[in-house]
Design a protein around this ligand. Structure first.
Ligand SMILES: Nc1ncnc2c1ncn2[C@@H]1O[C@H](COP(=O)(O)OP(=O)(O)O)[C@@H](O)[C@H]1O
Ligand SMILES: [Mg+2]
Length: 601
């Protein structure tokens, strides 16, 4: 593909027709030349970026990704001969793009806001990158092989790969030195044809990038969030949905994952929910530091954002731009996590465009293809063996924001079908300032069995049993709560009241986690297990004591209970020996109670 097309200075485009009818992001054009489905086009004198979404003999339907208010009937339409694509190469990390990959940080430097039709290449064409070759001339290379590396940021090694559709003998490789993205750094010969390779390439956004094979999702994506890792684990290469009404913690959860998940690269796609929310993300993100390295988080992040003054259609483009960039880094052998906040805004864009096309809506105004689009998006997640062999992954975490927190609406329901983790955020929990407001009865993970072996071999052979035991406690509690609502807690026998007490302790000491607390914001797998075991130990010991006749309030009033609740914030990840002391204290206090009631018998 031609380097200078998408948002480039000069486009290799031809006049293909003229606009006939304009309705928001949808434009109908009379054709004088052929275009194809999915072709990238440019509309009007401002050459707004659009895409062909329907063609007949003499007419084409276009979806335009920029505001069309200046477009008039009979304006020119240019074809590019290319499908919608992104530019891939060094410089993506740390960038802030809009949906059609315009570099917002560059454009914003030029003016207060991004103007329509504003053009700037996605990657800086004049920046020089230090390239170190990894292959010598004369060697035979396959698609995906590493030709050389670039230190893209202090924490990111960018691997320049043989493009997916290339192989052959290396005729030349550039010596170590500084090059721009359009300099030829290698020439590959195959079937007597020589192909120059640069550090940048293009890829059509709607086509999944190839890999060798799918691998089972058996490695957890550790998030440092106890309720996720212990109870509803996500796998590297897996998919998760975070549905939740307004203010329930979708964005906080996505930010926590961006900061803490053990992913090499984060792609954050923001479709602003509130008016200036995306503007906040664009301000906040560049200020965050990666707690693992102390370096700016942007050194491993690509931000794709639609601010509220951008047209809805760009939201759809941003999803594809994001996932394609994620796959590109996956192909280098990295574990990539993509956050989409919120996919509901994207679905609304589909609804709006569909409405303007006067298509037959199926559910709540959404088009019939909503499900297919969501499926295609989540299908691009996966743990794979890349073309060159190493293991890598793309994990997708999509927030869904149903109006009023009603999960029966179409976007939540379809997303549920195509994702394997469902982290249901609960309005009532959030209102009670119970965070993360994840409803453990409605949430689930389809990766439990997949990742159990990893936990068993890396941390504790009883991980699954411990989780099972804790889950039972929570479920039994919720059954009892129904009775409590009718007759009150005091009317229950003490062994049942202890279940309620134990579940309460489990929630306070383990499930709740404060994103704003410097210690509690990230909990290592060891500490997660330590806290869980201490809570279960407490409950087991309390059972013996209650059997001896101790009333529940004596259990609740133990000093060690309070300490257990505070341990998440008081015990740092590197001082886990303190958990041993806590367990010893549980034993001492329970022994004392046991002795006291033993004597009374
Ligand atoms: N894990 C958490 N720890 C502490 N506070 C949280 C947590 N999750 C959410 N909150 C609180 O809830 C508020 C709303 O969360 P937010 O993520 O903006 O909601 P949403 O994106 O679902 O509208 C936050 O400003 C914060 O005060
Ligand atoms: Mg939000």
């Amino acid at each position: 593909m031609n380097d200078s097309t998408r948002a480039g200075a000069q486009t290799a485009s031809n006049l293909v027709g003229r606009t006939a009818w304009i309705s928001g992001p949808v434009v109908r054009a009379n054709l004088s030349n052929q275009v194809f489905m999915g072709e990238q086009v440019e509309v009007g004198a401002e050459r707004l970026i659009g895409e062909v979404i329907g063609v007949s003999d003499q007419q084409a339907l276009l979806q335009v990704y920029e505001e069309t208010d200046g477009v008039r009937p009979d304006d020119p339409v240019y074809g590019t001969g290319l499908p919608m694509f992104v530019t891939l190469g060094p410089g993506l990390i740390g960038s802030v793009f809009d949906g059609i990959q315009r570099p917002l940080n560059v454009l914003q430097q030029r003016g207060a806001y991004v103007e329509k039709g504003a053009k700037a290449p996605p990657l800086n064409p004049s920046q020089r990158w230090g390239f170190t070759p990894r292959k010598a001339a004369g060697t035979t290379v396959q698609a995906g092989d590493v030709l050389g590396v670039i230190q893209e940021t202090p924490v990111m090694e960018h691997r320049v790969l043989v493009p997916p559709d290339r192989q052959g003998k290396l005729v030349t490789v550039a010596p170590e030195g500084e090059y721009t993205i359009s300099d030829v750094i290698a020439v590959i010969r195959h079937d007597n044809a020589e192909t120059p390779i640069t550090m940048a390439q293009h890829w059509p956004v709607k086509r999944q990038r190839p890999y060798l094979e799918h691998l089972p999702p058996v490695v957890p994506l550790i998030t440092g969030q106890r309720i996720l890792d212990l109870f509803f684990p996500l796998a590297k290469g897996g998919t998760a949905a975070i549905p939740g009404g307004f203010g329930t913690g979708k964005t906080v959860t996505q930010h926590q994952l961006s900061k803490w998940a053990d992913a090499d690269v984060i792609v954050y796609v923001g479709c602003g929910e509130r008016g200036n929310e995306m503007a906040e993300v664009l301000m906040d993100f560049p200020r965050l530091t990666d707690p693992r390295t102390g370096r700016p988080l942007m050194e491993k992040t690509v931000l794709i954002g639609n601010t509220s003054n951008m047209p809805v259609a760009a939201r759809e483009a941003s999803i594809y731009t994001g996932i394609t960039i994620a796959e590109y880094y996956r192909d280098m052998g990295y574990h990539v996590a993509l956050m989409a906040d919120s996919t509901s805004r994207w679905a609304e864009a589909l609804r709006e465009v569909s409405g303007r096309l006067e298509e037959m809506p199926v559910e709540e105004g959404f088009p019939a293809y909503l499900a297919a689009r969501l499926a295609q998006f989540y299908e691009r997640a996966g743990r794979v063996k890349t073309l060159a062999g190493p293991e890598a992954s793309v994990t997708i975490i999509g927030a869904v924001s149903p109006a009023g927190g009603d999960f029966s609406e179409p976007v939540t329901q379809h997303t549920k079908r195509f994702t394997r983790c469902f982290w249901a955020l609960d309005k009532e929990l959030a209102a009670a300032r119970y965070f993360p407001a994840i409803n453990y009865l409605e949430s689930y993970s389809g990766y439990l069995d997949d990742v159990a072996e990893w936990w068993h071999s890396h941390h504790d052979p009883h991980w699954k049993d411990l989780r099972e035991k804790a889950m039972q406690l929570l479920q039994e509690d919720s059954r009892l709560q129904r009775i409590v609502r009718l007759i009150g807690e005091d009317a229950l026998p003490d062994d049942q009241r202890l279940v309620i007490e134990g579940s309460r302790l489990l929630q306070e000491a383990c499930l709740q986690q404060n994103a704003n607390d410097t210690t509690d914001t990230f909990c290592s797998p060891e500490k997660q297990l330590g806290l869980l075991k201490a809570v279960l130990h407490f409950v087991d010991r309390a059972k013996e004591v209650v059997k001896k006749g101790a009333p529940i309030h004596r259990i609740r009033e133990t000093a060690v209970r309070e300490e257990l609740v505070r341990a998440k914030e008081k015990i740092p990840n590197d001082k886990l020996e303190l958990l041993g002391e806590l367990n010893a204290k549980i034993d001492r206090e329970m022994d004392a109670l046991f002795g006291e009631y033993q004597k009374l018998k």
